[in-house]
Write a protein that binds this ligand. Structure first.
Ligand SMILES: NC(=O)c1ccc[n+]([C@@H]2O[C@H](COP(=O)([O-])OP(=O)(O)OC[C@H]3O[C@@H](n4cnc5c(N)ncnc54)[C@H](O)[C@@H]3O)[C@@H](O)[C@H]2O)c1
Length: 254
């Protein structure tokens, strides 16, 4: 059977761990050459190595998505290495100061969340789209969240940044729909990745409390988001434009 991403060049930000790592592996399984980008150098090399060890093609490039120069260089290096950029998964993100109410939230924490989660996605779109316009098309998926679709107390910067990603995805999708560039987002529910570690460590009840909010009765695995991301990037999703797809065990259906 033909593989979904055969011959495609794909960039994954936040590809060192969690959803980005799982997606990098699924992209490679489906035949893509994967450019893994992250600020976590050791784990990023680990993702690229795992792909090469199983017979795929991958390279790790260190890049901080909140820095314009890093993102411009990242896209240029990917295109320099492989000649084009067919797909991108703009996934790097942080939780920020969860548990802080709006009136207590520090300006530094707010700026950090916004610069990585929202400005980082915009910077990636900017340089990826410049390349995709030159080559005549591409497909991009951004990582938003269930908290880009509904609110949550104690996570104002994160919720605002992810609502921003949802809006940015819609605006950008409409701008480039006629130019062969499809842009969508995934909105994961709670997924078992390292981003949860501090919350589980801080509160023994966290996992059972959050599990109870997912109608499916469990939290998700990164591979379950990865399959949706790869499908959205693939030609199998050729008529899907500007959507924010919940992958959330029913969380936003309630
Ligand atoms: N795990 C969840 O429950 C969940 C739910 C909804 C959305 N998300 C989103 O999924 C995405 C991936 O998170 P995850 O759950 O896999 O967590 P994770 O912590 O395993 O992955 C995030 C990755 O982003 C990288 N990163 C952080 N700041 C960066 C920067 N400035 N530049 C480049 N890379 C950077 C980290 O090093 C890490 O590898 C995030 O955008 C997160 O907000 C996660």
């Amino acid at each position: 059977m033909a593989r979904l991403m055969q011959g495609k060049v794909v960039l994954v930000t936040g590809g060192s761990t969690g959803i980005g790592r799982a997606s990098s592996l699924v992209f490679a399984r489906e035949g893509a050459t994967v450019v893994v980008a992250d600020i976590n150098l050791a784990a990023g090399e680990g993702t690229a190595c795992a792909i090469r060890d199983s017979g795929g093609q991958a390279v790790f490039i260190a890049a901080d998505v909140s820095k314009r120069g890093d993102v411009e260089t990242l896209v240029n290096r990917a295109v320099g290495l492989y000649g084009r950029l067919d797909c991108a998964f703009n996934n790097a993100g942080i939780a920020g100061a969860i548990g802080s109410a709006v009136h207590d939230y520090s300006e530094d924490a707010w700026d950090r969340v916004m610069s990585i989660n929202l400005k980082g996605v915009w910077l990636c779109l900017k340089y990826e789209i410049q390349q995709m316009l030159k080559q005549g098309g591409g497909a991009i998926v951004n990582t938003a969240s269930i908290w880009g679709l509904v609110g949550a107390p104690g996570a104002s910067a994160y919720v605002a940044s992810k609502h921003g990603v949802v809006g940015l995805t819609r605006a950008a999708a409409l701008e480039y729909a006629t130019q062969g560039i499809r842009i969508n987002a995934v909105n994961p529910g709670t997924i078992r990745t390292p981003i949860l570690d501090p919350f589980i460590a801080a509160d023994p009840e966290f996992e059972s409390m959050i599990t109870a909010r997912h109608p499916i009765g469990r939290i998700g695995m990164p591979e379950e988001v990865a399959e949706a991301v790869v499908w959205l990037c693939s030609d199998a999703a050729s008529f899907v434009v500007g959507q924010n797809l919940p992958v959330d065990g029913g969380y936003t259906t309630q």
